[in-house]
Design a protein around this ligand. Structure first.
Ligand code: TRP
Length: 330
């Protein structure tokens, strides 16, 4: 059997091209060398998402996105985290091997504490224990199936390190029971700028959505922030949001032409934005059709996820059994 590559995505927002370039595509590319496991991390979403209808909708949207963007459910194991009852059990066991100090230092928790302190509030105000234990749940996701590699964005690097620490602590106590995974951090396409030039992220409200109505995609692209240079002025391609986004979607020859127009004059931002919108819509045309079909057939999505969960549980149960045996909880 091929080594296992596993990744999860939290259903907390609509998929955008930053997610695609930084996460969906690299993760799907790994299918050639690895047995891919992909899941919708709804337990993780619950740390922040407390509206049931929205959570249900987003689980379907994220599942349909994976399938529309090329995940083949006959090849990959594709499932919903909360369909795996072994996960919460394993999370508890792992939490008994996680030093509390490690969790105190986790970036997301620390950022929340720092914000409270800045505002003169109690350090833990508004912070639930789910957010605090988030890295342990993620370690359970990864370690349950004996994952070899975990493709993630840079923002998840620390979580992979914590997972490795937890696995090593467990193995120090009981011998080599858990597989210590490697992160595959997507360095090259990590920095997809949003329309305002900051990193593209739902939290900055600067995304270009993949599956929104065509009008909305075009509107977002037209809102890309540019400077006030006229078409005939020479422009820098470096740190130019529009050029960077074009570089992901324009064919190499055309990109070179555009680069020359930037450097020597002739690049009109408005025209290039229209071109970019067209390129994006063409690039995702098939995926957008598939997405619409999938969202019209939720029973199919349910079916795919149920089959995936059965396979995932089959993979995980022997590891959990070994863990229970090692600990004496058997
Ligand atoms: N924490 C990840 C994120 O926010 C999602 C996730 C949950 C994950 N469990 C995982 C990613 C396991 C990789 C492996 O993006």
């Amino acid at each position: 059997m091929k080594p296992i590559s596993l990744t999860g995505i939290k259903p907390t927002g609509k998929p955008h091209i930053g997610n695609y370039l930084g996460m969906y595509r690299p993760a799907l590319d790994l299918m050639q060398k690895y047995q891919g496991m992909y899941f919708v991390a709804d337990y993780h979403a619950l740390t922040t998402m407390h509206d049931p209808a929205t959570l249900r909708d987003l689980v379907y949207e994220v599942a349909a996105s994976w399938l529309a963007l090329g995940l083949d459910p006959d090849e990959a194991i594709f499932f919903r985290q909360s369909d795996i009852p072994e996960i919460p059990e394993f999370t508890w066991i792992l939490s008994c091997f996680t030093s509390k100090g490690l969790l105190n230092r986790a970036h997301a928790y620390k950022a929340a504490v720092d914000e409270n302190l800045t505002l003169g509030r109690d350090p833990d105000e508004g912070i639930n224990a789910g957010l605090y234990n988030y890295p342990v749940l993620m370690a359970a996701d990864i370690l349950l199936y004996g994952s070899d590699v975990v493709p993630v964005g840079l923002d998840q690097k620390q979580h992979i390190e914590i997972t490795r620490d937890i696995a090593e602590a467990f193995n120090r106590t009981y011998g080599d029971v858990l597989i210590v995974p490697e992160g595959i951090i997507q360095e090259s396409v990590m920095k997809v700028p949003g329309i305002d030039g900051q990193k593209m992220s739902k939290s900055y409200n600067n995304t270009i959505p993949i599956f929104a109505p065509e009008k909305e995609v075009r509107k977002q692209v037209m809102r890309i922030v540019t400077d006030s240079k006229r078409p005939e002025d020479p422009k820098d391609t470096q740190d130019n949001t529009l050029f960077t986004l074009l570089s992901f979607f324009a064919p190499p020859d055309r990109l070179e032409e555009i680069r020359q127009l930037y450097l020597h004059g002739g690049a009109a931002y408005g025209e290039l934005k229209k071109e970019l919108a067209g390129l994006i819509l063409t690039y995702f045309a098939d995926a957008r059709d598939r997405y619409a079909d999938l969202m019209a057939d939720k029973a199919y999505i349910d079916d795919v996820l149920a089959t995936g969960a059965r396979k995932a549980r089959q993979m995980g149960q022997p590891y959990l059994a070994a863990v229970r045996k090692a600990t004496g909880i058997d």
